[in-house]
Write a protein that binds this ligand. Structure first.
Ligand code: ADP
Ligand code: 5GP
Length: 205
């Protein structure tokens, strides 16, 4: 079974969670969603252990000390981090591990696991559309919203670091694009157990 990390980044509000939700509906048994730890407060409808592990600053610092994270970063005034152990376990179980992390986290993860990562940057067609989506989502205060838009402009500067780019305008088309990336990457020879495939093929003679 070919395992790899499907890593998505992009401005908050661009539609990453929406697209990933659809991917999980279709490929549930092949995927493992890495639930990050965060010091941010839960939004309405978000549950501990499902969307994030909501932890205190003290717990997060303790986890950093104990090398719990594959990567961690401070994003919009809060800390976010990815568990190293769960990521490795899922990879060992042949899963495609899905990470939704920011650009700083991506750079750290890439240094450690470059060969395993296929990266996708997801954004809107322009800043105005991003603002509209954040307003519609209605999860941020005005100050938080301004901060997210400011960060989005910085994140857009890092597009070139990613393997693929999806401008999430029409949701169906964006989903087809994300799906295509996953399906194509799974078919790459690199990372597959070619000896075993050849043995099986020969036995069929
Ligand atoms: P992210 O996970 O990147 O922060 P979300 O998935 O929460 O973003 O999406 C932000 C908002 O934009 C949500 O209200 C979502 O329903 C909406 N949205 C996502 N994709 C589209 C799209 N293609 N067109 C219009 N609205 C969208
Ligand atoms: P939100 O607060 O909107 O859920 O997420 C804010 C940002 O944090 C998004 O860009 C998201 O990709 C990023 N993020 C979520 N989890 C992690 C993580 O574990 N590590 C890093 N570096 N960023 C994360």
């Amino acid at each position: 079974m070919k395992n790899f990390i499907l890593l998505v980044s992009g401005p908050s509000g661009a539609g990453k969670s929406t697209l990933l939700k659809k991917l999980f509906e279709e490929f549930k048994s092949d995927l493992y969603f890495s639930i990050s730890s965060t010091t941010r407060s839960p939004r309405e409808g978000e549950r501990h252990g499902e969307h994030y592990y909501f932890v205190s600053h003290e717990e997060f610092q303790e986890d950093i000390k104990n090398d719990y994270f594959l990567e961690w970063a401070k994003v919009h005034e809060n800390f976010y981090g990815t568990s190293l152990r769960y990521t490795q376990e899922a990879l060992n179980n042949g899963k495609i591990v899905v990470l939704d992390i920011d650009v700083q986290g991506y750079k750290i993860a890439k240094k450690k696991l470059q060969d395993k990562i296929v990266s996708v940057f997801i954004t809107t067609k322009d800043k105005e559309e991003l603002k509209k989506r954040l307003i519609k989502r209605n999860t941020d205060t005005i100050i938080q919203l301004e901060k997210r838009l400011e960060n989005a402009s910085d994140e857009m500067k890092e597009l070139c670091e990613y393997d693929y780019l999806i401008i999430n305008d029409k949701l169906d088309q964006s989903y087809e694009a994300l799906r295509a990336i996953l399906v194509a990457h799974r078919l790459r020879t690199k990372g597959q157990d070619l000896d075993q495939i050849q043995n099986t093929w020969n036995k069929g003679e």
